[in-house]
Design a protein around this ligand. Structure first.
Ligand SMILES: Nc1nc2c(ncn2[C@@H]2O[C@H](COP(=O)(O)OP(=O)(O)OP(=O)(O)O)[C@@H](O)[C@H]2O)c(=O)[nH]1
Length: 360
């Protein structure tokens, strides 16, 4: 019996996974693709954006959202039952695409394809790791020696390295194909420097690299790798697996997310400026969600990756959405934990909502 090929799309927060998948769906060449989407943060933004893509071959029932935490930690509870349901409709499917959360370790997810029920019917066509070339160039994943030395001085038991750097390496080392995305933001010399950084981080096996902007790659480049990664993944171990040979479960304690809710934004330009300032002050990694803007009947999509902010209107607001805004905020635990109330207040103030109203 033919096994259904499954592609795992991974990569750090905001690297461009959803953008790449959306382009893939729009250019799928008639392939019937089921999507499994996992997000860190409770708002289901990616699923909403992909369901609304309007592509005929991508119907609402083809998109499964897994929101009970990071897919790599909830494999047995969420992922396996989802795969079993998809296997039941195998005759109506050409391909499965799984978008992991930006914080996921791909290794445990790929290993789950070796569960007998799944292995008999599905094979991992490839792990595609999307990389934000501009963020790499800006040093986002580079080892901050000073910061680590400072942390170790205050906590001698500190046993792990920079969480951003480790995730970056783990996601690269799990890959069959690396997509160097956001190349539109860099010149040739900067792209060459990013390639060198990746080569340094990739260990003894450098996966193939393709450059992209806005995730625009032909479906034939992304699908049909035929890697059978479930049989290879044991040799692509993550930092966590190497450090905890005994099988201690990993977690995402290094990161924190919450949803900030507030009313309609009064002045969009002022909001963006204040959001950028808040991101900078709290070193926030990712903000995304939907907002209302006073006097506008359209829904505003808000996307921030580090200090790079993009907003656009995507569709009419429903009556229940009008006047409401909700944004997921994700950052390093140490930077977000104490700042949650301050960040939420700053976003309310940025929207132009008076303190009295915010307190109601
Ligand atoms: N300039 C530029 N922006 C991009 C590119 N690809 C994606 N973006 C933008 O980057 C932001 C994040 O893109 P997403 O596709 O949502 O990233 P993601 O990896 O799915 O994000 P998470 O699921 O939150 O981890 C959005 O504002 C995109 O429009 C690119 O190639 N160039």
């Amino acid at each position: 019996m033919r096994k259904i090929p499954a592609t795992v799309v991974t990569g750090f927060l905001g690297a461009g996974k959803t953008t790449l998948i959306r382009h893939l769906l729009e250019n799928a060449g008639g392939r019937r693709i089921a999507l499994v989407i996992n997000e860190f943060g409770d708002l289901g933004v990616d699923g909403d954006l992909l369901k609304g893509c309007g592509v005929e071959t991508c119907r609402e029932e083809d998109v499964v959202e897994l929101t009970n935490g990071c897919i790599c930690c909830t494999v047995a509870d969420d992922f396996i039952p989802t795969m079993e349901k998809l296997i039941e409709r195998a005759d109506r499917l050409d391909h499965i695409v799984i978008e992991t959360s930006g914080l996921a370790l791909p290794q445990p997810l790929v290993a789950a394809f070796n569960w007998p029920e799944v292995k008999a019917r599905v094979t991992v066509d490839g792990v595609v790791t999307v990389i934000d070339a501009a963020a790499v160039r800006a040093g986002r994943f580079a080892h901050d020696e000073d910061k680590l030395a400072e942390q170790r001085a205050s906590d001698a038991s500190l046993d792990h390295d920079d969480p951003l750097e480790e995730l970056f390496e783990d996601q690269i080392r799990a890959a069959d194909l690396l997509v160097l995305n956001k190349c539109d933001l860099l010149d040739a010399a900067a792209i060459a420097a990013v390639r060198a950084t990746i080569a340094d981080s990739s260990g003894d096996r450098l996966p193939a690299i393709v450059e992209a902007s806005q995730g625009r790659l032909p479906a034939d480049v992304l699908l049909g790798l035929g890697a059978g990664t479930e049989d290879l993944i044991a040799s692509r171990r993550s930092h966590h697996e190497i450090e905890h040979e005994g099988g201690e479960p990993h977690d995402h304690d290094d990161f924190e997310s919450f949803v900030a809710e507030f009313g309609a934004i009064r002045d969009l330009a002022a909001f963006e400026a204040a959001l950028r300032d808040t991101i900078r002050r709290h070193d926030i990694l990712r903000v995304k969600g939907f907002a209302s803007v006073e006097g506008k009947p359209m829904r505003l999509v808000v996307q921030a990756v580090g200090e790079r902010i993009a907003t656009y209107y995507d569709r009419r607001l429903t009556p229940g959405e009008d006047g409401r805004s909700a944004l997921v905020v994700i950052g390093l635990h140490d930077r977000i934990e104490d700042g949650e109330a301050a960040i939420a207040d700053a976003l309310r103030a940025a929207a132009g909502i008076p303190a009295a109203q915010a307190a109601e």
